[in-house]
Design a protein around this ligand. Structure first.
Ligand code: DMJ
Length: 432
């Protein structure tokens, strides 16, 4: 049950950017003819927003074709019931039924708490949904379909999230990962720039950039959060590797997840627009973190990085637990290479990206596509038989952009959502 076609929709803009015209037309036809939004089953608010809505919006902005806009708006409308909680913050693992529009959460994902990276990763897409639904051309169409007008509510929903976050006290300036959707207070003090926290920080700096630097509230929240992270979580290992640890009620866990490796790119992007010694310091921090993530790749036999690596018991930038040795085609490390390349033009980032291309070919390519592997520390890894949709949306797109000229989706004009779907800055409409 649930929505189908995640890979098709996540890959649309990649196909378009790579000029794979035939494949793009095939995917577009699928969206027009077979993408059914009124299916039974359940879908996740967070995943649908970043993969489906992000993918449809980006493809609309790249091509100007109405079908992508109207599907994004229709789907956006279905997400709105998830905000019906006492604080207006969606519950963790929030699900909705595409057919009835009902929203619920099973609770096991977060014991009923809201998750920072989930409710903090709506702003970019919801802003576009809201603006597109207010567009006079679309408003005319919406007259015949009144439910679409409601997407305007999207803006007030995400602005409310900001309000709740600005009121709550932050321990040492840090944002914990779990918040009660009932009281608006933190539920426990686990802080991480990797899973559960990651894209919340990303959406702060990108909200500011996407607003053409007018959303100063987002910029201040980002600056303050990064300052607290620098002060409390950034560490250097005995071997000289810089990493961002996790924080559990004041105690540091010297671990970085693969997910946390996106932060090299994010910090570089923020530094690019920073001033004074902060700019220099943040650019260095971004480069050091990216280099540590590269180490997690080069220290494995496959030259692909594990799901998590630690700095403990004489081990640095390597997985120390069996359960953390897998690689599921994640993009975060090549994402940082792409940003660092674009912002510094140091050739090592292209070399590092090329190492990943070769490793993917060698260890992950299978007959029907690419597959994750269960252990990066063996040259005969077994496959998990899964090609995650983010492999086409993100990993391949970032690798492609790493080797393109800077004016292909220039960072001056576009921000990438957390699933690598490009959204235009200040709504400059390039093609439509
Ligand atoms: C993607 O779906 C997004 O990047 C998300 O923010 C977290 N990570 C996965 C890929 O690893």
């Amino acid at each position: 049950g649930g929505l189908r076609g995640a890979t098709v929709i996540d890959a649309l803009d990649t196909l378009y950017i790579m000029e794979l015209e035939e494949e793009f037309q095939e995917a577009k036809q699928w969206v027009e003819k077979s993408f059914d939004l009124n299916v039974n089953g359940e879908a996740s608010l967070f995943e649908v927003n970043i993969r489906y809505i992000g993918g449809l919006l980006a493809t609309y902005y790249l091509t100007g074709e109405e079908v992508f806009k109207s599907k994004a708006l229709e789907l956006g409308e279905k997400l709105l019931p998830a905000f019906n909680t006492p604080t207006g913050i969606p519950r963790g693992g929030s699900l909705f039924s595409p057919c009835s529009g009902m929203s619920w959460s099973w609770g096991w994902a977060s014991a009923g708490s809201s998750i920072l990276a989930e409710f903090g990763t709506l702003h970019l897409e919801f802003l576009h949904l809201s603006q597109l639904s207010g567009n006079p051309v679309f408003a005319e169409k919406a007259k015949h379909n009144p439910s679409l007008v409601c997407v305007v509510c999207a803006l007030s929903q995400v602005m409310n999230i900001r309000r709740v976050l600005s009121r709550v006290e932050k321990p040492q300036g840090l944002y914990p990962n779990f918040l009660s959707p009932v009281t608006g207070s933190w539920v426990q003090h686990h802080v991480s720039i990797g899973g559960l926290g990651d894209s919340f920080y990303e959406y702060l700096i990108k909200s500011w950039l996407m607003s053409d630097k007018r959303d100063s509230e987002a910029k201040k929240m980002y600056d303050d959060a990064l300052e607290a992270i620098e002060k409390h979580l950034v560490k250097k290992s005995a071997g000289g590797l810089t990493y961002i640890a996790e924080w559990r009620g004041g105690i540091l866990d010297h671990k970085m997840g693969h997910l946390a490796c996106f932060s090299g790119g994010m910090i570089a992007l923020g530094a690019e627009h920073g001033t004074g010694d902060r700019r220099q310091r943040h650019m260095e921090l971004a480069a050091e973190i990216t280099s540590t993530c590269h180490e997690s790749y080069t220290r494995s036999d496959t030259r692909l990085g594990p799901e998590a690596f630690r700095f403990e018991a004489g081990s640095e930038a390597m997985a120390t637990r069996l359960s953390e040795r897998y690689y599921i085609l994640r993009p975060e490390v090549v994402e940082s290479y792409m940003y660092l390349w674009r912002l510094t033009h140091e050739p090592k980032y292209r070399l590092w990206g090329w190492e990943v291309v070769q490793a993917l070919e060698k260890y992950c390519r299978v007959e029907a596509g690419f597959s994750g592997i269960r252990d990066v520390y063996t040259t005969t890894p077994s496959h998990d038989n899964m090609q995650q949709s983010f492999f086409l949306a993100e990993t391949l797109k970032y690798l492609y952009l790493l080797f393109c000229e800077d004016d292909v989706l220039s960072l001056e004009d576009w921000v990438f959502n957390t699933e690598a779907h490009p959204l235009p800055i200040n709504h400059t409409d390039f093609k439509a």
